[in-house]
Design a binder for this molecule. Structure first.
Ligand code: XAN
Length: 478
């Protein structure tokens, strides 16, 4: 099959989660291959990834063995020394309507932050024109930062949340979009009229989004979105659990996220158990369910999530502001709990997954310091490689879309970035002695949108190929 695009140069990606032992004999074809496969994060130099016109990956392998397919490709990108191809970033928790106040309003505990800043900002986006303006900007911004997939919270409003999904598709970002459901403890003008209409609206949103996306290669998926335990009656939670089963939908919410939230939940459900137990009773813990924060979950709660195949969206930056605790990421990865990374805009002030990766490493260091002071088990530290896993393959597994994205492999979709450590205006200085591993570490530690020089999803690939074809026609006419 002819390739539309071949990208030749260095490829970096996680081929499997850290800490998971692999059967060395499985598909190791040679000793070299077996050695390379030992590592869960691989950096392959002189490599080649080829893609068809629909954005499906049709070849991945050493450049030396790819002459024929590269020669036949419509377009070849040859990466320079400090450039690398990697899977696109996956943001597993982000509130699109809160983007208008990102970078402000982080001065209050969670429950009053919601009342004073969040609910008024979300309420205003009932107006679809205002929603369109905010959504256009957040999708463009996150794409520039390398986010090829995002799991978004919208607002209570069906029409505005559909605008969010349409905007993502138009701009080429893969998205999982939720219309928020909350039938109590909102505020005047920002709460569902009653549980029955809340469930009807949620179902309509799922049906309409599925219908509007027919034939668009699954670029936008609906998500059932109970805001969190304090704003949802048990009837609403159960109804959403039924819809998740009926429509086989992803679910997103917040779980055991801060001390004030945990107290509020316990007061509403005396003696009924943790957030995890309450979500599970409603059928909301399932594969593709992504629960943000989780810093106050018990070992039994984590085991419950793992048993159900549900995941955690680790939101290290907003956890510093609201959580009064930290997530033991290394321990959970070792236990096989599914986990991705979230920017949590606007509780997190940065929409960049580079910043989320850095915050994850810093949060783990803070956790280790705390553990040492309290003479607890100190096995907490993650590094840039684990953070990169969470931002790519970990996120895809959490969202249950790892059959499509998260790594660059034949048959998967081409959601990918070209990073350049030497891009114009970059914050990074590369030295002649730097190894390729050093350059990758510098990108993770110091990188930002200036280092993302090309973003691909199947939709963006088509736009790129059309632009190239037009340019070539114009040049040949001159
Ligand atoms: O960080 C958060 N952002 C929110 O919008 C929210 N709602 C409930 N809990 C929340 N936490």
């Amino acid at each position: 099959m002819a390739a539309a695009l071949a990208v030749c140069g260095t490829l970096v990606q996680c081929e499997r989660p850290p800490y998971v032992q692999r059967d060395k004999d499985a598909d190791a074809q040679s000793k070299d291959d077996a050695d390379a496969q030992e590592s869960w994060l691989v950096i392959r130099q002189a490599w080649c990834v080829c893609v068809d016109a629909q954005g499906i990956i049709i070849h991945v392998g050493p450049l030396a063995e790819a002459g024929e397919i590269v020669n036949g490709a419509q377009k070849v990108i040859r990466l320079e020394k400090h450039q690398m191809l990697c899977p696109g970033f996956i943001d597993t928790h982000i509130h699109a309507p809160q983007y208008s106040y990102t970078g402000t309003a982080t001065d209050k505990p969670l429950m009053s932050w919601l009342q004073d800043y969040t609910f008024p900002a979300e309420k205003a986006l009932q107006d679809v024109e205002k929603a369109a303006e905010v959504y256009e900007r957040i999708v463009a911004r996150t794409l520039r930062c390398g986010t090829t997939t995002a799991m978004y919270f919208g607002t209570l409003h069906n029409a505005s949340s559909q605008v969010l999904a349409d905007t993502c598709f138009r701009l080429g970002q893969r998205a999982l979009v939720g219309k928020v459901s909350m039938d109590r403890n909102g505020q005047q003008g920002y709460q569902e009229a009653d549980t029955k209409s809340a469930l009807q609206d949620a179902e309509n949103f799922v049906r309409n989004l599925k219908q509007s996306q027919a034939g668009k290669a699954g670029m936008a998926l609906p998500v059932l979105t109970p805001r969190f335990i304090p704003t949802c009656t048990p009837e609403l939670l159960r109804g959403l659990g039924d819809l998740a089963r009926q429509y086989d939908c992803n679910v997103q919410s917040h779980i055991s996220e801060s001390l004030d939230e945990v107290e509020f939940s316990a007061a509403l459900h005396p003696g009924e158990g943790s957030d995890a137990i309450l979500f599970d009773a409603a059928g909301l813990l399932r594969k593709g369910a992504v629960m943000a924060h989780g810093v106050h979950m018990s070992d039994a709660d984590f085991a419950l999530l793992k048993a159900r195949g549900a995941a955690i969206a680790h939101c290290p930056l907003s956890n510093f502001f609201f959580a009064h605790g930290y997530l033991p990421v290394a321990k959970l990865l070792k236990q096989g709990v599914l986990m991705g990374l979230g920017t949590d805009v606007a509780g997190g002030y940065s929409p960049s997954m580079f910043n989320a990766m850095r915050s994850a490493v810093l949060a783990s260091k803070a956790g280790a310091i705390q553990a040492r002071t309290a003479h607890l088990d100190g096995d907490h530290i993650i590094d840039y490689r684990h953070a990169f896993f969470l931002a790519t393959l970990g996120g895809a597994q959490a969202l249950d879309i790892d059959d499509k994205v998260g790594k660059l492999q034949v048959g998967m979709q081409f959601d990918a970035l070209i990073l350049d450590a030497d891009a114009p205006g970059t914050n990074i200085d590369v030295f002649p002695r730097d190894s390729i591993e050093d350059v990758f570490q510098k990108l993770c530690t110091l990188g930002d949108d200036r280092n993302v020089i090309r973003v691909f999803t199947p939709v963006l690939l088509q736009a790129y190929m059309q632009k190239r074809a037009k340019l070539e026609t114009e040049t040949s006419k001159e």
